[in-house]
Design a protein around this ligand. Structure first.
Ligand code: DGL
Length: 278
């Protein structure tokens, strides 16, 4: 049982690696007044091809660590973790280990927006193989809009392209076109496509270049940030446990210097991470 405390703490933001920094960046733009603690499980990333059991086990370890550092609220800024671990943690673990703390994901807030955007009701999802295979986006969209049709496309090469700083290279042109074509071959009436992975906003230039003009491409950082702001407005009992100070600290399970140098792809500031073991 995690020790309960009323003392305010930072908002925890978890990702399998670097990608969640793209979500954290947007959250900090909308809610700069809070303290944040980011944890990247870089030593075990990527999660995209891992089994349900492992993603759940790793994510739960990370959440417990963030709780032990004083976080009352943790955002899983990782689609794969949100798809494969969030529900079990919310329903099975939290009531036992920390009944007053909360863990939120990125899929539900993104899905809540899609109804405002689509005209055809045919929605495309780009994600890691794990996110697409989980069917989480389909399930969540169909809960809100049972008549919408959802088409998933796994993009296993996009995360490595971003992490190897090849987002502007010819390999990116090839693989961006490849997965866009594969998605649109499933249905030519798709008018909205969700970027259901933390890394994909970094390929936005190329995705926009090869996506037909009439298709709206939906990155999720801003949506998640607005949704968190709304959550905190509706939950004053949680808001008062989120410490104000405007700081951000970074934890990584891999080498801290490596984290510091690669984090610059995702955030425009110098970061100094601390290495931890989960
Ligand atoms: N953060 C992951 C996601 O959003 C992408 C990287 C990974 O596969 O671990 O799905």
């Amino acid at each position: 049982m995690v020790l309960e405390t009323k003392q305010a703490g930072p908002i925890g933001v978890f990702d399998s690696g670097f990608g969640g920094l793209s979500i954290l960046r947007e959250i900090r733009k909308v809610l700069p007044q809070y303290d944040y603690l980011f944890l990247g499980d870089n030593a075990r990333a990527p999660y995209g091809n891992r089994s349900f059991d492992l993603v759940y086990e790793f994510t739960l370890q990370a959440v417990k660590h963030l709780f032990s550092k004083g976080c009352h609220l943790v955002i899983l800024a990782c689609n794969t973790a949100s798809a494969k671990a969030l529900r079990s943690i919310q329903q099975r673990d939290l009531p036992v280990i920390a009944p007053t703390r909360r863990v939120l994901g990125v899929i539900r807030p993104t899905v809540e927006k899609v109804g405002d955007i689509t005209h055809t009701g045919h929605i495309g999802i780009f994600g890691t193989p794990g996110t697409i295979q989980s069917g989480s986006y389909n399930i969540e969209i169909n809960k809100l809009h049972p008549n919408f049709k959802v088409y998933g496309q796994a993009c296993p090469m996009w995360v490595p392209l971003v992490e190897n700083q090849e987002s502007d290279g010819p390999g990116a042109d090839y693989f961006v076109q490849k997965y866009i074509n594969a998605l649109l071959e499933q249905c030519d009436d798709i008018d909205s496509v969700i970027l259901g992975c933390t890394h994909y906003p970094l390929l936005m230039g190329k995705i926009r270049q090869y996506m037909p003009q009439h298709v709206t491409v939906i990155p999720q950082g801003e949506i998640v940030a607005e949704s968190l702001a709304d959550y905190l407005r509706r939950h004053p009992e949680m808001e008062c446990r989120c410490r104000r100070g405007g700081t951000c600290h970074y934890l990584t399970t891999e080498d801290a210097e490596k984290f510091d140098s690669l984090a610059g792809i995702f955030v425009n500031e110098q970061v100094h991470a601390e290495k931890i073991t989960l």
